[in-house]
Ligand binder design. Structure first.
Ligand code: CA
Length: 229
């Protein structure tokens, strides 16, 4: 279930949007100001951010710029009516879409679905990715192994997808940290190891007896069908 982070200072609007989003099955979190919101965006790694441009502490455009400096998370900006220059500036600044207040929950939900679809598939890919008995539906973000569903977190899915798009190719941990975690300046290799071990468990394999995920010691990991060398 995608996680949506809402940055909105009006408690009434915030409460109503959070209710509407959770009724639609989204996981939600919220912040009432820019700096706590930015921290939440970096810490919680939501799948999408809804950003009110009029925030009490930091200008929304600046929050957007700070998010974009470190993350590609989709951002929908929300702004008051008659703010066309604001909207243009936000889109130029890296926002994925915008909503003009007041907007309905139904409209918000439709924008979220559209932005998440594009984010899941920036290249317009709709065909599932198949490696052996493993199938990734990149639009629905679901995985099956030999026809049985595998429940993955968004991060595990992103990791598996990155490897499945490069079958047989050895991918280094630095590359995974940059491309899957969006940590271009590096992070802990252990993060990758831990997620790989979770992924292995969900795919019913171990590092000692690998099927799809093969560790290449000192280099990285590669994903290949069990019957491939
Ligand atoms: Ca506001």
């Amino acid at each position: 279930m995608p996680h949506i982070l809402l940055l909105e200072d009006d408690p009434q609007v915030r409460g109503a949007l959070l209710r509407a989003l959770s009724e639609r099955g989204y996981a939600t979190s919220a912040a009432g100001a820019g700096m706590p919101g930015l921290q939440a965006a970096l810490r919680d790694r939501p799948d999408l951010v809804i950003l009110d441009l009029g925030l009490p502490d930091v200008d929304g455009h600046q929050v957007l710029r700070m998010i974009r400096a470190v993350s590609r998370v989709p951002v929908i900006v929300a702004t008051a009516r008659d703010d066309e220059p604001e909207i243009v500036r936000a889109l130029d600044g890296g926002a994925d879409d915008y909503l003009v207040k007041p907007f309905s929950a139904a409209q918000l939900a439709a924008r979220i679905r559209a932005v998440l679809r594009r984010a899941a598939d920036p290249h317009g890919r709709t065909e599932p990715i198949r490696v052996g008995g493993l199938t990734l539906d990149v639009t629905a973000r679901t995985v099956t192994l030999d026809g049985r569903p595998v429940e993955l977190t968004p991060r595990e899915f992103a990791l598996l997808r990155y490897l499945a798009e490069r079958p047989g190719q050895v991918v280094g941990k630095r590359e995974l940290l940059a491309e899957v975690w969006h940590l271009p300046y590096g992070g802990a290799d252990k993060t990758v190891d831990v997620h790989l071990s979770w992924l292995r468990r969900k795919l019913g394999e171990t590092a000692q007896a690998p099927r799809y995920l093969r560790t290449v010691r000192g280099v990285g990991v590669r994903l290949a069908a069990p019957d491939q060398p």
